[in-house]
Design a protein around this ligand. Structure first.
Ligand code: LLP
Length: 423
C-alpha cells in the first residue's frame, strides 16, 4: 500500500486506511495530525527492498518526525536512526533502536552530547569540523572509549532545492570542503581514541532530481579511493537523506529504486557498508493535518478560508513557501469549487497555507486535510499565540490511537515560573 492508497475517498469521505477522518473528528478536537502506520511501514520497506543489493543500514532521520510511536514502528522494522541532538538519541534509544544503529549528525555537537553518545557506543559520529574532531578525541580519551567517525564532506554540488534546505554548496555551513578532506582525515589518524571508518555526505532535502545525487556520489567515490590510497580504511559510506516526495500530483520525483540503483552503480565497487538517512520520504506523505474551517471571510479582493490550524502547527508554507495540497474531508463529486486564500488564525500575515487556491466550496465547520504533513510538520510546531500544539494520532487498519496529546492550558501555563520578587 503506498501513501495514495492509505489516504482515499470512500462514500464521499476521506479515509485513512479503514477509518473515516470525520469519525475521528467527532471524538477529538481539531486541528490534529493523522498518520498512517501502513504508509510509514510500506515506505520503509520500499527502502529496504531497493537497497537490498548492498549491505545497507537505513537510519531514519529522526528530525523529520520524532514521535515515539513512529520511531517504534520503524524500530520494529529494523531501522537505525540518524540523530542530531541528545534529545533525538534519547528518543531513538527509548524506541529500542539499538545504539549500534545510531549515527550522530549535526554541526554543533556539544561536549555533553558527545559524552553521552560515546557512553552508549553509537555506530558513528558524522563530524563536521576540525574543532569537533578535537573535542571528540579529547572526550573519548578521557572516557577511555574509541569514537568511530566519518566526516561529512561538502561536495559543492547544487541540489536545486529551496535555498533554506540546500546544504551541499560551498557557501553552506555544513561539512568539510571536499578539497580539505584528505587533510582532516590525516589529522584524525594522528589523534588518540579516534577510529576513522567512513565518509558522509548530505546535500539537501526535497531533491526532485537524481543528477545532484549522482554528482555527489561520484565525488564521494573519488574521495574514498583517495583516502584508501592514503592508507586509511574506509568501510562505511553515509549517503545522507534528501530524496523528495510528491507534494503535488504528477510531480516527477525519482523513485527509491532509481536512487538505490544509482548508489549501487556508483558505490558498490568500493565494498563499503552504505548508510542512508531518509526522513521526508519515509513519513512525509504518510500524514495529514486535519483542520476545521472557523470562518469563511469575504475580503475586499479575496475570499479567505480561515482554519483552526495555523503556522504554529505547520510552518512549512510560511517558512519555505512550500506547496501543500488542501482537500475537503467530505468530497461530493458534484461540489462546486471556489478560490480562497487559506489562512490560519495567528496574528501574522505570513500565517498563510495557500494563496488563490481553488478547492471544493467550504462552509463554516467543514473539515479540511492539509496533505503531506508527516515530515517537518508536528516537529516544527510551536505554541505561538499560546495555541497548544496539535494532537497527533496514528491509524493502523481499523484501529487508531492518540500518539501525542495536546497539553492542557494549565500544564502549559504553569511551566512558566513567577520570580519570588513578584509574589
Ligand atoms: N541527514 C541529514 C544530515 C539531514 O540534515 C537531513 C535533513 C536528513 C538526513 C533527512 O533529509 P530528508 O530525507 O528528510 O530530506 N524542515 C525542512 C527540511 C529540513 C531538512 C534538514 N535535514 C522542510 O520542512 O522542508
Amino acid at each position: 500500500m503506498n501513501s495514495n492508497q492509505a489516504f482515499y475517498y470512500r462514500n464521499e469521505q476521506l479515509f485513512v486506511e479503514d477509518i473515516a477522518i470525520n469519525d475521528i473528528a467527532k471524538q477529538i478536537t481539531t486541528p490534529f495530525y493523522c498518520y498512517s502506520s501502513r504508509a510509514i511501514t510500506d515506505n520503509f520497506i520500499q527502502y529496504q527492498q531497493a537497497f537490498a543489493k548492498q549491505d545497507t543500514l537505513i537510519c531514519y532521520a529522526v528530525k523529520a518526525n520524532s514521535n515515539q510511536a513512529i520511531l517504534t514502528t520503524l524500530a520494529k522494522l529494523g531501522a537505525g536512526a540518524d540523530v542530531v541532538s541528545l534529545g533525538e538519541i534519547k528518543r531513538a534509544l527509548t524506541a529500542n533502536i539499538p545504539a549500534n544503529k545510531i549515527v550522530f549528525s549535526g554541526v554543533a555537537k556539544t561536549a555533553e552530547e558527545i559524552e553521552f553518545a560515546l557512553k552508549q557506543n553509537i555506530f558513528q559520529f558524522n563530524i563536521e569540523s576540525e574543532p569537533e574532531l578535537e573535542q571528540i578525541s579529547t572526550i573519548a580519551t578521557r572516557l577511555n572509549k574509541i569514537a568511530a567517525v566519518s566526516f561529512r564532506i561538502n561536495p559543492d554540488v547544487n541540489a536545486n532545492t529551496h535555498a533554506k534546505i540546500t546544504t551541499g554548496k560551498a557557501e553552506n555551513k555544513f561539512g568539510i570542503p571536499i578539497d580539505k578532506a584528505r587533510n582532516i582525515y590525516k589529522k584524525a589518524a594522528s589523534l588518540p581514541n579516534i577510529k576513522i571508518q567512513g565518509v558522509d555526505v548530505h546535500i539537501g532535502s526535497q531533491l526532485t532530481e537524481i543528477t545532484p545525487f549522482k554528482e555527489a556520489f561520484a565525488k564521494v567515490a573519488e574521495l574514498v579511493n583517495a583516502l584508501n590510497s592514503d592508507g586509511h580504511t574506509i568501510s562505511v559510506i553515509d549517503i545522507g537523506g534528501g530524496l523528495g516526495i510528491e507534494y503535488q500530483a504528477n510531480e516527477s520525483i525519482p523513485k527509491v529504486t532509481e536512487y538505490a540503483e544509482l548508489a549501487y552503480q556508483q558505490l558498490a565497487s568500493l565494498k563499503c557498508k552504505i548508510i542512508v538517512e531518509p526522513g521526508r520520504s519515509i513519513v512525509g506523505n504518510a500524514g495529514v493535518l486535519v483542520s476545521k474551517v472557523v470562518y469563511v471571510k469575504k475580503g475586499e479582493q479575496r475570499q479567505f478560508l480561515i482554519l483552526d490550524a495555523g503556522m504554529n502547527d505547520m510552518i512549512r508554507p510560511s517558512m519555505y513557501d512550500a506547496y501543500h495540497d488542501i482537500i475537503r474531508v467530505k468530497n461530493s463529486p458534484n461540489s462546486s469549487e471556489q478560490t480562497y486564500d487559506i489562512v490560519g488564525p495567528v496574528c501574522e500575515t505570513g500565517d498563510t497555507f495557500a494563496k488563490a487556491r481553488k478547492i471544493a466550496t467550504c462552509q463554516q465547520d467543514d473539515l479540511v486535510a492539509i496533505k503531506s504533513c508527516g515530515a517537518y510538520g508536528a516537529v516544527m510546531s510551536s505554541a505561538y499565540n499560546t495555541r497548544l500544539p496539535a494532537t497527533e494520532i496514528m491509524i493502523n487498519q481499523n484501529q487508531w490511537c492518540v500518539i501525542k496529546d495536546r497539553p492542557s492550558y494549565e500544564e502549559y501555563i504553569n511551566a512558566d515560573k513567577i520570580p519570588a520578587w513578584l509574589e
